[in-house]
Design a protein around this ligand. Sequence first.
Ligand code: ADP
Ligand code: MG
Length: 248
Amino acid sequence: MLRVAGLSKSYGHHEVLRDVDLEVETGEVVVVFGRSGSGKSTLLRCISFLEEPTTGTIEVDGISLSGGGHRTKSKRDRIRRLRVSTGMVFQSFNLFPHMTALENIAEAPRVVLKRSQAEAEATARELLEVVGLPDKAAQYPIQLSGGQQQRIAIARALAMNPKVMLFDEPTSALDPELTGEVLAVMRRLSTEMGITMIVVTHEMGFAREVAARMVFVHEGLIIEQGPPAEILANPRRPETRAFLDAVL
Ligand code: ADP
Ligand code: MG
């Protein structure tokens, strides 16, 4: 479903990602973890071309894009399609404050996919069910808890029917008692809907139960990856071990 090949990203002389390769199968959940500043957010932003890779190729469901070079019409068109194919959920939920939950979810399908208002709202109501908030359609973000806002943000990303969902520390801005409801929704996306996901998180319980694979990023490199049972119990690299000792 997703292939990242030879991805590097520099800001000026600072090389933030260095020759990263990553493949994710359809329906697979991959947890990415590592120290602050190691390049995890940059990796997700390059995958969705919110940031252009300095070099390397991103391929999502057959749409292939290389970093660098001119923005031809064909490339701009593929960037648009790639962004639709990759749903992003951020740490700070970023809902539109002047729109209700329902309007937040229906907006992009209406504007970008040209769905009719009725169709977009019908889909939005289904997605409110999926994230367990069918009674919050008319609420504004400010009237919702952080956990509820993040679940609306997940529904909003799903409304574009993405091929891959990218989560960037989706629970780290939440009070501890609210993280469980968001992780539960994410788990359902995997187990009940088979959604392909890359999740940057330090919720190791979630990783252990839901992820097929964990990927450790250190100074812009993937230095270790494997099944959660192996990575969590027997990390091979001292950097991975030191990080896990600090968070567990
Ligand atoms: P993480 O998500 O793992 O904490 P990031 O991907 O956000 O790490 O950042 C990796 C490194 O890239 C950091 O040193 C950060 O300062 C740098 N960086 C990220 N975005 C930019 C940017 N737009 N301009 C310059 N440096 C950046
Ligand atoms: Mg980050």
